[in-house]
Design a protein around this ligand. Sequence first.
Ligand code: GLY
Length: 566
Amino acid sequence: MVHAPSWRIVAASLFLVAGAGHAAAQDALSAARGPGHAAIASANFLATNAGFEVLAKGGNAFDAAIAVSSTLAVVEQQSSGIGGGFMALLHRASDKRDVFIDARETAPKAVDMKVYVGKDGKPNRDVSTNGPLSAGIPGEPAGLAWMAEHYGKLPLSVSLAPAIRIAKEGFQPDKRFLGAIDDRKDTLARYPASAALYLPDGKVPAQGWTLRQPDLAKTLERIAAKGADGFYKGETAKLLVSASREAGGNWTAADLEAYKVKEREPLTVDYKGYRIVTAPPPSSGGVAIAEILNILSGFDLTKMDLAHSTHLTIEAMRRAFRDHNEYLGDPDFVKMPLDMLLSRHYADGLRATISPDKATPSDLLPTSMAPEPGMHTTHFSVIDADGNMVASTLTVNLEFGSAFVAKGTGVVLNDEMDDFALVPGQPNAFGLRGALANAPEPGKRMLSSMSPSFVLGANRTAVIGSPGGSTIITQVLEGILAFVDGKSASEITAQKRYHHQYLPDRVDVEDGVFDAATTKTLVDMGHVLRNRSPWGFMNVVTWDHRTNTLDAASDPRRPSGLGKVQ
Ligand code: GLY
């Protein structure tokens, strides 16, 4: 925690007297913060430190976000990278503007649904998650260049410098990184450039190994020198296209040149005096979170025991995920009934279908399965001295994405094509089933669960998000509820989790989330509980406007993370 000089405390407090709820929160957000006071929480200490390095060079939160993202692309490649994409929520203090940066991958022009369907009519998971056909056109390089051009204060040559340095000099991958290599070793071994990078001597390296990435450093240097053109045109583009096509992929130079970042209006929902600013489509996260909060706002959860408040939350999750599967896709391609899904009346109707003490079997809800979500995707949160804020979730989809490194670039390509509903009604790697709204089409963005969010209250603000596939949505929801209940950043990241996503009809529970009596009551209500190893990697920063103090916390389940205030 950092304490600001007292005049700022007074200034922040005056705003609180003048207003209530989110209006006051907006005012509090515009109160100047002291120089040098910033908070960053990310999945890797090198990335958090890279953010502070760039702030010290005169950068703002957006420059820091570029430094954190690009460093994660070097030191946490199993989760995100410049061969992938991201979704970020920005708050610019100078004009109080909230904007959603959509740097999600797109399907290449030659996308052909048939290649993702096996002879048995089921999804061919090998094609949709491994190798170049599983990769969408990356969005991260364009997104970082866009942030630098439109929101940052520093050139990319400064904000990318820590990532370039670490790629050149090398670093020692942590246990998670090495574990992810082990998980993906068979697929990495299929592709010579992947094997050369991650399997020295054909083996999974032991702890203490130093990973140097000269090709990736050069790729980043081209972005530093030329912005997005340094990736989507010229040498990098040529290398990416030829590597993809040589290995059976379908990318063209035109696909790369056509990639565009989209700025979108964030979704907002009000809940118990807080305003939640969150991700719009092509993320499904914000819609689902808004729907769940709208349903829950008709209950007073604080007056119930844990079993009953959890039951109602699970039932709200079940209903929101049903809609997720049915309606959502890329807004540039499909019309979605967002007014309905986000309306209080719709939530009233859904609430009326919830029994106070009986689980609704998902089969009874009219419609259109879930393996373990692994630890891929990553999230970081930043607040700077001026009150600028960034919540950014980045991904290559599964661990090491497609496991395909494009020769000469050091870039591991994503396997985001699996996030499309490749065979409508059939589950993807997260057990999510989609409808035609999320069917692949040339240039279309695949639906995401990424849910970077701000929670704005009169007294406190949180910047929040997590990786975890479909569980991102329920983790962020549970984080928002905890923050509204007054919990601190470290309490939010540490709290035990549960998850329901409509199908499969079961509640995934982290060991210790419920006591024996609560578990028994939930089971008696008809809920099927399944214990699962801990999931998520939540990185949260908070700002208490009453004391003008910042706090930062990284998920204690994953020791590589770092939440820091300085
Ligand atoms: N690739 C995971 C997601 O975007 O939800």
